[in-house]
Unconditional design. Structure first.
Length: 246
C-alpha cells in the first residue's frame, strides 16, 4: 500500500508531539467545516461527515473538538469559504505527486506549494501532468481487532461490490471503484464495521524507487513541508517509500 493515500500521515503521527497534533487537528477541523456546510451537521444523514469524524477519531482528536467544530460550521454563515484545489507536479527524479488542498486563498496556497516543489528538487506542473499515472479508487481501511473475522469482512465487502480486500499487520484495506464506493461503504457500516479511512484516493499504477541519498532526503523534505501546510489535506505520490523513512 506504499505510496497511495497519505492517510499514513495520520497513522504515523498518532504519537506525534503537540505541535504536530495541532496541525492535524486544524486540517481535520477545516474538512469538517466544509462537509457540514455542504451536507449538514447530522452525521446520520451526511456520510462524508461520518467519514471525517472517523478520521478525526483515528487521529485521537478529542470529541469536544469535533463537536465544537460541527456546531460552529453549522451556525457560522460568515466564516471563511474554502475551495478544493488539486496541484500536480514532480518530485526528485520525476516522482509523481498530487496534492489536494482546501484553501480560502488560492494565491497563497499556490505560492506555497510551488515553493516547496522548487526548494526540494521538483517542479509544479500543469493540471493533468501526472494524474494519468494514478487510478481513482475507493479505499476503506479497517483496524484489525480480535472481533473481526477476515473471511466475514471479505464476503461482506465483495458481495457489496468491492474489487478487493487485503490486509497487513495493522489493518484491512477494502478497495472499490469510485462508482461502488458509497454502496460498499454503507454495507460495511451497516454490518457494524468502523473505519480508520474511507475516501476516494489516487492510487499509483507503478512505483518509483529513489537510490540517491540526496533525492531521498529531498523527497522526504517535500512531503514534510506539504504535510506541515494547513491548506494541504492529502498527498499522493508514486515513490516506493523505504520502510525506515515512514
Amino acid at each position: 500500500m506504499s505510496g497511495h493515500s497519505k492517510w499514513s500521515t495520520i497513522k504515523r503521527k498518532k504519537g506525534a508531539n503537540d505541535a504536530q497534533r495541532a496541525k492535524i487537528f486544524t486540517k481535520i477541523a477545516r474538512e469538517i467545516s466544509v462537509v457540514v456546510r455542504e451536507g449538514g451537521p447530522d452525521p446520520d444523514n451526511n456520510s462524508r461527515l461520518r467519514d471525517v469524524i472517523g478520521k478525526a477519531r483515528a487521529a485521537n482528536m478529542p470529541n469536544d473538538n469535533i463537536n465544537r467544530t460541527i456546531k460552529k460550521a453549522a451556525g457560522d454563515n460568515d466564516g471563511a469559504v474554502y475551495e478544493t484545489i488539486t496541484y500536480e507536479g514532480y518530485g526528485p527524479k520525476g516522482v509523481a505527486v498530487i496534492v489536494e488542498t482546501l484553501t480560502d486563498n488560492r494565491n497563497r496556497t499556490a505560492g506555497d506549494v510551488r515553493h516547496y516543489f522548487d526548494k526540494f528538487g521538483g517542479n509544479l506542473g500543469q493540471t493533468g501532468c501526472v494524474n494519468f499515472m494514478f487510478d481513482r479508487k475507493g479505499i476503506i481501511d479497517i483496524e484489525k481487532t480480535d472481533s473481526i473475522n477476515e473471511d466475514d469482512l471479505m464476503m461482506c465487502a465483495l458481495e457489496a461490490g468491492a474489487d478487493d480486500v487485503s490486509a497487513d499487520d495493522e489493518e484491512f484495506e477494502v478497495e472499490t471503484t469510485p462508482e461502488m464506493f458509497q454502496s460498499v461503504r454503507d454495507a460495511l457500516e451497516q454490518a457494524g464495521y468502523s473505519f480508520d479511512t474511507a475516501q476516494i484516493s489516487y492510487v499509483p499504477q507503478t512505483m518509483v524507487t529513489l537510490e540517491d541519498e540526496k533525492d531521498i532526503l529531498f523527497m522526504n523534505k517535500l512531503i514534510e513541508a506539504l504535510e506541515d501546510n494547513d491548506d494541504v489535506q492529502n498527498i499522493y505520490h508514486n515513490w516506493d517509500t523505504p520502510e525506515e523513512t515512514e
